[in-house]
Design a protein around this ligand. Sequence first.
Ligand SMILES: C[S@@+](CC[C@H](N)C(=O)[O-])C[C@H]1O[C@@H](n2cnc3c(N)ncnc32)[C@H](O)[C@@H]1O
Length: 246
Amino acid sequence: MTDAHYSHPKLVALYDTLNAWDDSRDFYLSLPRAAPERVLDAGCGTGMLATAFAAAGHRVAGIDPAAAMLAFAMRREGSDRVDWHCATLQAFRSEQRFDLIYMTGHAFQCLLRDEDVLAAFRSVAGLLAPAGRFVFDTRNPVAQAWRRWQPDVSRRTGRTPAGETHEMFHRLLEVDGPFVTFETSYRIGAGAPPLLSRSTLRFHEAAEIAERAGPAGLCLGELWGDWDRSALSGDSPEIIVSLQAE
Ligand SMILES: C[S@@+](CC[C@H](N)C(=O)[O-])C[C@H]1O[C@@H](n2cnc3c(N)ncnc32)[C@H](O)[C@@H]1O
């Protein structure tokens, strides 16, 4: 089961409006060392970044378990240059080998159980070309981003691409150790009933990530704390990790 915001057609159509191009996409697009690289976008969502990689000349595959997100991605301009698959990172297998595998937009936080993380790392280890890298981001738990997931501070309003009004806000439901559960309420069109999406995310610690990489045959390459490539520190908002084969 995927969260409603990745499966309800109206919410999928709103995704890019609420998650426009930002510094994180520039960061990922600057990672390839040469063109063309063989690239896998794990958790590609609506395909904004995967199609940008393809437009930059890379050979790109995109995977996502949410069929509606993938269907949206497959309708994008330039989508015919990407090889799309409906799969989780844990389950995805291919004969292809990739120079760069990335997982953006905090999709890594959808991996809730230790065995999910290990299975994802094992998939990656089998898919990486020699000297290939797996780069992904997860919100730094010390920054406690969930404290801002309340209606009064998270409310956003605007217009959909179709010109309807929209309103969105989060409501924090539970913090249980590293697991944070919240509900997102969307209202699309004046007077429409709210569409609700409930999510649980895991806030991973950097040390745990490094510990889990080893048994899958991966080791830590680089560790950043923000999209400007600053080093991870006590108050960094992000944990951005680059793993490579041992
Ligand atoms: C917040 S969206 C990020 C989408 C895109 N990467 C971006 O940055 O815009 C999270 C995406 O991760 C996908 N996802 C969730 N669990 C996943 C898994 N185990 N493997 C791969 N993708 C997953 C969801 O379906 C969703 O499309």
